[in-house]
Design a binder for this molecule. Structure first.
Ligand code: NAP
Length: 483
C-alpha cells in the first residue's frame, strides 16, 4: 500500500437510520485509487429492498421529527454540520483524493465549499419567506412554502462532496428528508457526510446514504411512491431516463446535466490574461467538469498569439501525484474514463485535427492523460460537438460575432461559458445571446454558493445553489382568508 493510503480508514457500509449498516446480500464494489491503480476499499452495495426500506424509514423520520421541528432548531443543526465538516476537513479531503484522484488542494477547497453551503442554507432557514398578495376581491391572501417529504438526491463522481452538499443542505433546510445516492465510483465522502451530520445532531433517518449501482437502485429511487422529488446531477442520458420514469406519477425533478461550454475571446480583451487562465478552465479536475470551457472561440486577428500563449500555459501545468500540494492535474477517475477520452482523440486524429500539445499517456502508473490542445477541428466532429469529460480542448478562430454566436448556440448543451472583452456593451450583448445558464465575463467563475447554478437546453432544468435551490425543494401553497 502506498504512503497516501497508509492511514486511510474509509467508510464501507450504507449509512441508514443513523448508523452504518451491513446489507443482507453482501455484494460489494471495489474502489481503485486512480493515481496508483491499487484497490483501496470494498464498499457494500444496498439492494432494492434495502433502498425501499430506507425510503420508508426516512418518511417516518420526516413525519415524526423533521417536518415540524422548529426552524431555529433545524438551522442550528445545519450550522453544526458545517462545523463538523470543518473539524474533519483533512480526513474528508484525503478520502476524496484517494478515491478519485482529485488534487489534494482542490479537494480541500471543495470540502470548505461544502461547509459554506451548509452554513448558507442554515442562515437561509430564517430568511425564506412567503408573500402577502393584494388580491382583487379583498380579504387576506398569503403564500407558504412547504417541504415535500422524501427527496432522492443522485450525484456523480466528479465533485462528490460539493454536489452532495448542494443538494442535501437546501433540501434539509426547506424541511425535507433526503436519501442520497453517491456514484459507485465515489461513495466515501457521502457516507462520511451521513455520519458527521448525525454526530452534529441530525435525527436518524433524516439523511440516508445508499451506495450501490445506479442501474440497480435508480428505478426504486425514482419511482417509489414516497419519493416526492428527484434531484439529479449526472449525464444527460441518465437524466433523460429519470425524467421519463418520473413522469409516471409526475414527480418533481431537477436535472443538472452535461455541458460543452464556450470560452469566447475577443481581440479587444485582456487576451493575455485569458490565455494564461483559460487552460485551468478546461483542464482543472482533469477536464472532468460539467462547466469545462472545452470550445475556445478566439477572434482571428489574435488567434495565433493567443494559441501560443495558451499552449505555453498548458505545458506549465503540474500534472502528477494528487497527494502533492503542487499538483494541478491528477489522473482521470478510472481506466474506462481514460479509454473513453482516448476514443475522442482517435476520432480527432482520424478527422485530421492538429494536436498542438498532449494526446498521449505519460509513462507512469495511474490513469493519466496529457492535457491536449486541438485545432483544425470540424464543426461536425465528435470533439467539437460532444462532452468529452477529459483533458481535451478545441481552440478555433472566428471572424464575426453573429456567426460565432450561432455556432456557440448550435450545441445541444447550454450550461456555462466565459466571455472576454473590454467592451461593456459587447459583453452584455453576447451574454444575453449565449444560451447558457451560467456565464462569466473576463473570468471563469461559474459557481457561487449564493447564486443559482444550472443549465439551458439539454444541460438540465431546475437550479442548484442560491435561494432558487431552496425554492426547488418546496411546494408553493396559496391561502386565502375571507374578510
Ligand atoms: P452518470 O453516469 O449519469 O451518473 C450520475 C449518477 O447517476 C450516479 O450516481 C449513477 O450511479 C447514477 N445512475 C446511473 N444510472 C442511473 C439510473 N438508471 N437511474 C438513476 N441513477 C442512475 O454521470 P457520471 O458519469 O457520474 O457524471 C458525469 C456526468 O455528470 C457528465 O455528463 C457531467 O457533465 C455531469 N455533471 C453535471 C453537473 C452539473 O451541475 N450540470 C455537475 C457535475 C457533473 P452509478 O455511479 O452507480 O452508475
Amino acid at each position: 500500500m502506498s504512503d497516501a493510503t497508509k492511514n486511510f480508514t474509509p467508510p464501507t457500509l450504507p449509512f441508514i437510520d443513523g448508523e452504518y449498516r451491513k446489507p443482507a446480500a453482501g455484494r460489494t464494489n471495489p474502489l481503485t485509487n486512480p493515481a496508483t491503480e491499487e484497490v483501496i476499499a470494498e464498499v457494500a452495495a444496498a439492494d432494492v429492498s434495502e433502498a425501499a426500506a430506507a425510503i420508508e424509514s426516512a418518511f417516518n423520520a420526516w413525519q415524526k421529527v423533521w417536518r415540524d421541528l422548529a426552524p431555529g432548531r433545524r438551522a442550528g443543526i445545519l450550522f453544526e454540520i458545517a462545523r463538523m465538516i470543518r473539524a474533519n476537513a483533512e480526513e474528508l479531503a484525503v478520502l476524496e483524493t484517494t478515491n478519485i484522484g482529485k488534487p489534494i488542494s482542490d479537494a480541500r477547497d471543495e470540502i470548505e465549499l461544502g461547509a459554506r453551503v451548509f452554513e448558507y442554507y442554515a442562515g437561509a432557514v430564517s430568511k425564506f419567506y412567503g408573500q402577502t398578495i393584494p388580491v382583487a376581491r379583498g380579504g387576506f391572501d398569503f403564500t407558504i412554502r412547504q417541504p415535500m417529504g422524501v427527496v432522492a438526491c443522485i450525484v456523480p463522481w466528479n465533485f462528490p462532496f460539493p454536489i452532495a452538499s448542494w443538494k442535501v443542505a437546501p433540501a434539509l433546510a426547506a424541511g425535507n428528508v433526503v436519501v442520497l445516492k453517491p456514484a459507485t465510483l465515489s461513495p466515501l465522502t457521502a457516507l462520511k457526510l451521513g455520519e458527521l451530520a448525525c454526530a452534529a445532531g441530525l435525527p436518524p433517518g433524516v439523511l440516508q446514504v445508499l451506495p450501490g449501482s445506479g442501474s440497480v437502485l435508480g428505478d426504486v429511487l425514482v419511482t417509489h411512491p414516497l419519493i416526492r422529488k428527484v434531484s439529479f446531477t449526472g449525464s444527460t442520458e441518465v437524466g433523460r431516463r429519470i425524467m421519463e420514469l418520473a413522469a409516471g406519477d409526475l414527480k418533481r425533478v431537477s436535472l443538472e446535466l452535461g455541458g460543452k461550454s464556450p470560452n469566447i475571446v475577443f481581440a479587444d480583451s485582456d487576451w493575455k490574461r485569458a490565455a494564461d487562465t483559460s487552460p485551468m478552465s478546461v483542464f482543472a479536475n482533469t477536464g472532468q467538469d460539467c462547466c469545462a470551457r472545452s470550445r475556445v472561440f478566439v477572434e482571428r486577428s489574435i488567434f495565433e498569439m493567443f494559441l501560443d500563449r495558451f499552449v505555453d500555459a498548458t505545458r506549465h501545468l503540474v500534472v502528477g501525484n494528487p497527494m502533492d500540494t503542487a499538483t494541478q492535474i491528477g489522473p482521470l477517475v478510472s481506466a474506462s474514463q481514460r479509454e473513453s477520452v482516448e476514443e475522442f482523440l482517435d476520432d480527432a486524429r482520424h478527422h485530421g485535427s492538429r494536436f498542438v500539445c498532449g494526446g498521449a499517456r505519460p509513462q507512469c502508473r495511474g490513469y493519466y492523460l496529457e492535457p491536449t490542445v486541438l485545432t483544425g477541428v470540424g464543426h461536425g466532429d465528435r470533439c467539437w460537438r460532444e462532452e468529452i469529460f477529459g483533458p481535451v480542448v478545441c481552440v478555433m478562430p472566428f471572424d464575426d460575432e453573429s456567426s460565432m454566436i450561432q455556432e456557440v448556440n448550435a450545441s445541444t448543451y447550454g450550461l456555462s461559458g466565459s466571455i472576454w472583452t473590454n467592451d461593456l456593451r459587447r459583453a452584455l450583448r453576447v451574454a444575453r445571446a449565449v444560451e447558457s445558464g451560467v456565464l462569466s465575463i473576463n473570468c471563469h467563475n461559474s459557481v457561487h454558493v449564493e447564486a443559482p447554478f444550472g443549465g439551458f437546453k439539454q444541460s438540465g432544468l431546475g437550479r442548484d445553489l442560491g435561494m432558487a435551490a431552496m425554492e426547488g425543494y418546496t411546494e408553493l401553497k396559496n391561502v386565502y382568508v375571507a374578510e
